[in-house]
Design a binder for this molecule. Structure first.
Ligand SMILES: Nc1nc2c(c(=O)[nH]1)N[C@H]1C(S)=C(S)[C@@H](COP(=O)(O)OP(=O)(O)OC[C@H]3O[C@@H](n4cnc5c(=O)[nH]c(N)nc54)[C@H](O)[C@@H]3O)O[C@H]1N2
Ligand SMILES: Nc1nc2c(c(=O)[nH]1)N[C@H]1C(S)=C(S)[C@@H](COP(=O)(O)OP(=O)(O)OC[C@H]3O[C@@H](n4cnc5c(=O)[nH]c(N)nc54)[C@H](O)[C@@H]3O)O[C@H]1N2
Ligand code: SF4
Ligand SMILES: [Mo]
Length: 762
């Protein structure tokens, strides 16, 4: 059971300066970020936020902060923050006609609407909408179950294309909840710890950690490891900062990742670069895999992916060296081929002998991802959902799981795309109540957002908790609740939901809530109190109580919220080579947490779920190869959403400093491609395909592969007319992304591989 190590020499949690300023050490859950826990020192004088700076005593972030945290003061004091609960008549949806109400009225309205829905239509008509990343995402799915009693938690990211497909590949084929490049994150002395080894190579695949710090693989740790000799292989259609420093950069055609992964496996097996002993003892299905990769000779792959065949060979020779690590990102999820890409890449590192060794691919412990389905092969589950039990809902499937049964084996939400089908058709039943928090449907997550907009208008009652007015609230909500920033609430942070070694820290309330803002957790606890006044369920009496119970569940970390607050940040380690020590399986036997007890190169789980047990390549469904009919009019390839420092999805668009750095929705385009269409730097263009179009500012840059355009996602203009939904439908690139074009088991989609054309707006 991991023990938290606290630094003995760090400064106290609070220091009082001579002029009375209190300097609080706390961990950030981002002003738009995942709940990662970078260290902050927050200066507060007379109850006012003076400034924010990096905490150089934080063992991981060591004083570094992104520009979003550095501009936190602008965010906290922003004039547009939602400060009070508000309501609006249902017929006024889309109109800027809000009326301030009390918290009591707001909560009682939600409860009354909720009860009316349950009585009129049954509990299935209740839905809870959840977004990503933010600190609240730790509780989203659990609150749908425990407070609202519904199995219909909705995370409407088409094909659940964020982390869940990668986790499915990790869990089903390797038996680990999360597999991440080992960056010594749990050791107090980090890279100097004698147990750690520097990876020889890091394969960075469709990920840009310098900007995204995804789930706690901090970009700065990559740079630290590079300083210690780690080399890079980068697979990305853009030449990002890491690609410029890579030994090999495979600038592939977007969406062809599956072929490339199989091509690398082909080389490693053909050239006998793998670890025979490890394969013999710990892997299942090697001969079948070896046979499968015969279908992907390097020359064929090079042609599919538009990369150099020798570069593929060199890349395979590099990453087969032990130890080497894999860092695969969102581009793996945002592809219907997602499970196979994940399976192939993990298999590559497994057969080479880099799985769970120092400096290799660290295998996270069994799942604790909140909302992980209880019938997943190896899940801990989410406790005993009170609401579910009350409504006799246990055993009822979330919407869409009949069509996509694999969803039930990994996550406890509706199938995202099937949710739209249900909203549009009312089959098998209608949704009449929605509560959303930490999620901005119309700006960000859903493809073909206008369809969702129309379909969601049918929902009888929609309440949203957010920090700012958004296009979604303006377009759809009947009631809005003002949420608190991490300055104003209690909470905890961890990388990778604590399944990996790393950090666990406190979110310490350092400022009074602005206006009447409340933390999501407090809102949920209050709704729980009002809905179940007789409940004596442990962990629900207060926020502290709840956090303590969660910390216990998180791998049994032996600390309370008070301990965390006292020390601000702790680290914990998890052992290497767990498969040798019986640490991966519930039965305590050596081996991996899969049906065969081995790493399944031939996946019995995928086979049982109805997919091919071996990895294979799927050509993107709308590429010139698959759809020559579209290619004539839409000759370019569109990839979207490459992260920017200046926003977290649709958040932070109000912050003047950040808008100064990155003012407008932007499309990056190669100068040679732009020249062909008469497009100049800074001009406004439409990016368009058969589904829709979005207006962007052109940025000419040689970093993008020719004939590929890379578009921002998540744009809306807070300064634009609220009743035109802040221009969201002018600039939301998801209007070019298709609904329900997922992989065979319902995962992944085409956010990063669609056809398009581009032309000046005039
Ligand atoms: N600043 C900031 N940080 C964030 C977020 C944010 O919005 N802003 N969002 C957070 C969230 S929820 C997530 S999921 C993570 C995602 O973070 P990452 O996993 O880093 O994903 P992206 O930035 O979308 O894309 C990474 C790289 O994939 C490349 N790419 C595009 N198409 C393809 C392709 O077809 N194949 C390959 N191999 N590469 C491709 C892009 O050029 C880009 O360099 O970031 C998190 N962090
Ligand atoms: N085209 C394209 N689309 C994409 C992507 C892409 O790469 N390309 N990426 C996709 C990915 S990976 C993801 S995860 C989704 C993200 O999609 P969403 O989760 O919908 O992200 P946001 O639009 O930023 O919505 C978050 C909302 O929550 C609010 N918020 C922030 N913190 C809190 C809080 O503590 N409490 C409450 N109640 N509200 C809060 C913010 O103000 C914002 O309005 O977008 C997806 N959309
Ligand atoms: S990764 Fe950057 S934005 Fe996120 S919490 Fe850390 S410093 Fe803040
Ligand atoms: Mo995401």
């Amino acid at each position: 059971m991991p023990t938290l190590h606290f630094s003995e020499h760090a400064s106290p949690a609070i220091t009082v300066l001579e002029d009375g300023t209190r300097v609080y050490r706390t961990c950030s859950a981002g002003i738009g970020c995942h709940n990662l826990g970078c260290g902050l020192k927050v200066h507060v004088k007379d109850g006012q936020l003076v400034k924010v700076e990096g905490d150089e005593e934080h063992p991981i972030s060591k004083g570094r902060l992104c520009v979003r945290c550095l501009t936190a003061k602008e965010y906290y004091y922003h004039k547009d923050r939602l400060l009070y609960p508000m309501k609006r008549a249902r017929e006024d949806r889309g109109r800027n006609r809000w009326e301030r109400i009390s918290w009591d009225e707001a909560l009682e309205t939600i409860i009354a609407q909720y009860r009316k829905t349950v009585e009129g239509y049954g509990i299935g008509a209740v839905s809870v909408w959840c977004g990503t990343g933010r600190e609240a995402s730790q509780i989203h799915f659990q609150m749908a179950n425990d407070v609202f009693g519904t199995v219909n938690a909705v995370h409407p990211n088409s094909g659940w294309s964020c982390i869940v497909p990668r986790m499915a590949a990790m869990l089903w084929t390797m038996g680990s909840s999360y597999i991440e490049a080992d960056n010594a994150i749990g050791f107090p002395d980090r890279y100097d710890d004698p147990r750690w080894e520097c990876p020889r190579y890091l394969l960075v695949w469709g990920r840009d950690p310098l900007r995204s710090n995804p789930d706690g693989l901090f970009g700065h740790s990559l740079v630290e490891m590079m300083k210690r000799g780690m080399k890079l292989v980068v697979v990305d259609p853009r030449v990002n900062w890491l690609a410029t420093r890579a030994e090999v950069h495979l600038q592939l055609r977007p969406g062809t990742d599956g072929a490339l992964a199989l091509g690398l496996l082909n080389v490693v097996i053909e050239e006998d670069l793998y670890d025979h002993g490890f394969v013999e003892q710990w892997c299942y299905g090697f001969y079948e895999l070896a046979e499968r990769v015969q279908e992907y000779p390097v020359d064929r792959v090079a042609k599919i992916c538009e990369v150099d065949a020798d570069d593929i060979r060199t890349a395979a020779r590099c990453v087969s060296q032990v130890p080497s690590a894999l860092s695969m990102g969102l581009a793996v999820d945002q592809n219907p081929n997602t499970l196979q890409i994940g399976h192939a890449l993990l298999s590559l590192f497994a057969i080479c002998g880099s799985m769970d060794v120092p400096g290799g691919c660290f295998m996270g412990l069994p799942p604790i991802f909140a909302g992980m389905a209880e019938n997943a092969p190896v899940a801990d589950g989410v406790g005993e959902p009170e609401g579910l039990a009350k409504f006799g809902n246990v055993g009822v499937e979330p919407l869409g799981h009949d069509r996509y049964p694999a969803m039930s084996a990994i996550v406890n939400t509706t199938h995202p795309d099937a949710t739209l089908d249900v909203l549009e058709t009312n089959v098998p039943y209608g949704i009449h109540f929605a509560y959303a928090f930490g999620h901005n449907t119309l700006s960000c997550m859903v493809p073909q957002p206008q369809r969702w907009y129309e379909a969601m208008r049918k929902i009888d009652f929609i309440a949203v908790a957010d920090l700012f007015m958004t296009p979604t609230i303006m377009g759809l909500a009947d009631l809005v609740l003002p949420a608190a920033t991490f300055f104003e609430k209690q909470g905890y942070v961890s990388n990778n939901n604590a399944s990996q070694p790393g950090q666990m820290g406190a979110i310490v309330p350092v400022l009074e809530p602005a206006g009447e803002c409340r933390a999501d957790l407090e809102i949920m606890l209050e709704l729980h109190r009002r809905l179940y006044p007789d409940s004596e369920k442990p962990g629900w009496a207060s926020a502290t109580d709840f956090i303590d119970s969660q910390l216990g569940k998180m791998r049994g970390v032996d600390a309370t919220y008070d301990d965390l607050c006292e020390h601000v940040i702790g680290q914990y380690e998890i052992e290497y080579r767990k498969y040798e020590k019986g640490l991966l399986r519930a039965d305590g036997q050596p081996g991996f947490n899969t049906p065969t007890g081995r790493i399944e190169l031939y996946s019995t789980v995928l086979q049982n779920l109805g997919d091919d047990p071996l990895p294979y390549y799927l050509e993107p469904k709308f590429s010139a190869v698959s759809r020559p009919d579209l290619a004539e009019e839409y000759p370019l390839t569109l990839t979207t959403g490459a992260r920017r420092f200046t926003s977290f999805h649709s958040e932070n668009r109000q912050i003047a400093t950040l808008r100064e750095i990155h003012p407008q929705p932007t499309v990056d385009i190669h100068p040679a491609t732009a020249a062909g269409y008469g497009i100049a730097e800074g001009s406004y263009v439409w990016v368009e395909n058969h589904l829709g179009r979005a207006r962007m500012m052109a940025h000419l840059t040689p970093i993008v592969k020719e004939n590929v355009v890379s578009c921002d996602h998540g744009w809306w203009l807070p300064e634009a007319d609220p009743e035109n939904l802040f221009d969201v439908f002018e600039m939301n690139v998801n209007q070019l992304i298709p609904h329900e074009e997922n992989g065979p088991l319902g995962f992944g989609t085409h956010y990063k591989s669609m056809p398009c054309k581009i032309y000046r707006t005039e």
